[in-house]
Write a protein that binds this ligand. Structure first.
Ligand SMILES: Cc1cc2nc3c(=O)[nH]c(=O)nc-3n(C[C@H](O)[C@H](O)[C@H](O)COP(=O)(O)OP(=O)(O)OC[C@H]3O[C@@H](n4cnc5c(N)ncnc54)[C@H](O)[C@@H]3O)c2cc1C
Length: 470
């Protein structure tokens, strides 16, 4: 068995606290089941007085100069309901009716295979953990087993040809056959089948994330569909929501401009394309050794006496060790960069930090996520000091840049929080500049020049106008 080990979130948290060198994210990763995550989001939405939740079906929309009229068939009502809004974000999954309504096409491909998923409960830990606790196990019969909580909830996927007869697929048999690998069914006690059904691995991306008329945006699977290898689907969707929501809010609050809305497609589509492509590459890592296994002579792989089996086992181990970095790709998960965004002030000769697949490299270069650091009080972090909208960090003794930015922002009606940190030499050294303008999403919109001296009003005005997309 080939093993890849992961730290627990508690260990990651300790590492983050012990480093404090600006190279770490604020939070560790966290494994969470979709059903748990969706319940949590639903509760948050219900608790938020700014959110009205309606249940039913979206049937279509019409865009006009001043807004969008969406037609909804709400649960418990017979007639359709028309809802007027300034903007619409279509988060309605891979078959998105919103995407269809605004005529945005997808490009990409579907693999010529179907997967059968069984989400089930089993307390048979003695058998399930017979080789120790795990997160994912990839079997050489093409099956995958995922431990959802280390207690009693698991998911199994098994590949089938496209023309499989669905009525001939029994979820219990799928569980036993996958767990048995190439040897034969492995019987465990199953307490409950929670969900089962087919899904098809797809790598599709929408040709645009915003409608031509400009009032409808796509986010999540309506904009991109990753294969689950890499676990990028939901993560990419959450990133879209984080990006588009503050931009629309800035426009609705009167200080955001058209470029801010335009920048959503510019910033997020490349991330979608990259993550979708990577999910396909990771899938290919598994498909490659499965092809080797299929063309090997029967029984050789698990025979201790077979020289061909030994050679193939070693070949698979080498292949997986050098190609499979699934779940460990922090660079891809966290280090998305927008240096060419129309709403950041690009530097003329930027010293881009190397982008690395496995490592996250924060930076105060415009279009990058600013480094997370804890201040000298040992408690407050740079992120704690961000305002709800824009923030200007100023590490100088007199705080002149913060004062000038605040003054100009006041005249332009742009909400800005000044943060003057004269004693924080460690943060200043890591953030590399005396003054840094942070967007509401923690990205850098502008930073002072290392040589140009005092920031003047014109510089502040130009930076702020670009940052709000005027
Ligand atoms: C087998 C599998 C494993 C996966 N594993 C991972 C993983 O480990 N990590 C990860 O990050 N991602 C994973 N994903 C991807 C993840 O599930 C999706 O990326 C994510 O669910 C997309 O969220 P979404 O809100 O955009 O779309 P969806 O989750 O598809 O939600 C869309 C919602 O819109 C509703 N809807 C659709 N049409 C209408 C309509 N006309 N009217 C009203 N409502 C409508 C649907 O009912 C649904 O509730 C996996 C996907 C699969 C298939």
């Amino acid at each position: 068995m080939l093993e890849q080990r992961f730290s627990s979130p508690a260990d990651c948290r300790q590492l983050i606290a012990s480093r404090n060198d600006g190279s770490m994210p604020q939070e560790p990763y966290q494994r969470i089941m979709q059903s748990v995550f969706e319940k949590l989001l639903r509760r948050k939405c219900l608790e938020d007085p700014n959110i009205t939740m309606l249940f039913g079906t979206f049937d279509g929309l019409k865009e006009s100069d001043d807004g969008v009229i969406s037609t909804l068939a709400l649960l418990g009502t017979c007639a359709n309901t028309n809802v007027h809004s300034r903007y619409v974000i279509g988060c309605d999954g891979s078959k998105s009716r919103v995407r269809q309504a605004v005529g945005i096409n997808m490009h990409g491909e579907q693999l010529p295979v179907k997967y059968f998923l069984v989400h089930f409960r089993s307390k048979d830990l003695k058998r399930m953990h017979c080789q120790g606790p795990f997160w994912h196990i990839f079997y050489i019969n093409g099956g995958v087993l995922i431990s959802q909580d280390e207690i009693d909830t698991w998911t199994i996927h098994q590949a089938f040809p496209l023309d499989v007869d669905p009525s001939a697929v029994n979820p219990m048999d799928v569980i036993f056959n996958v767990l048995g690998g190439l040897v034969g069914p492995y019987m465990i006690d199953v307490d409950e089948i929670l969900v089962s059904g087919f899904w098809r691995p797809s790598t599709y991306t929408a040709n645009a994330y915003r409608s031509l008329e400009g009032r409808v945006f796509l986010a999540g699977d309506s904009a991109h569909q990753c294969i689950p290898t890499g676990a990028y689907g939901m993560n990419t969707g959450v990133g879209d929501g984080w990006d588009v929501s503050w931009k629309i809010a800035a426009v609705l609050n009167g200080f955001g401009g058209e470029q801010l809305l335009r920048s959503y497609d510019n910033e997020r589509k490349p991330v979608g394309l990259r993550n979708v492509a990577r999910s396909g590459e990771l899938m290919q890592v598994h498909l490659t050794y499965l092809e080797w296994v299929q063309s090997a002579s029967e029984g050789c792989l698990h025979s201790a006496d077979s020289e061909a089996g030994r050679v193939l086992r070693e070949k698979i181990v080498r292949h997986v060790e050098s190609n499979d970095t699934e779940i460990a790709e922090e660079g891809l998960g966290l280090d998305y960069r927008f240096p060419d965004s129309p709403v950041v002030v690009s530097e003329s000769t930027p010293q881009q930090p190397n982008w690395e697949l496995l490592h996250y490299t924060p930076s105060t270069l415009p279009g990058h996520r600013a480094p997370y650091l804890v201040l000298s009080d040992g408690l407050t972090s740079t992120y704690d000091l961000y305002g709800p909208w824009y923030s200007i960090f100023d590490f100088s003794a007199d705080g002149d840049a913060a004062k000038i930015f605040s003054n100009v922002a006041g005249k332009l009606n742009i909400p800005l929080k000044p943060v003057n940190l004269p004693g924080e030499s460690h943060v200043k050294r890591t953030w590399e500049r005396e003054a840094v303008l942070i967007r509401p999403d923690g990205y850098v919109a502008w930073r002072s020049s290392p040589t140009a001296g005092l920031v003047d009003e014109n510089t502040a005005k130009a930076a702020l106008l670009i940052a709000v997309g005027s």
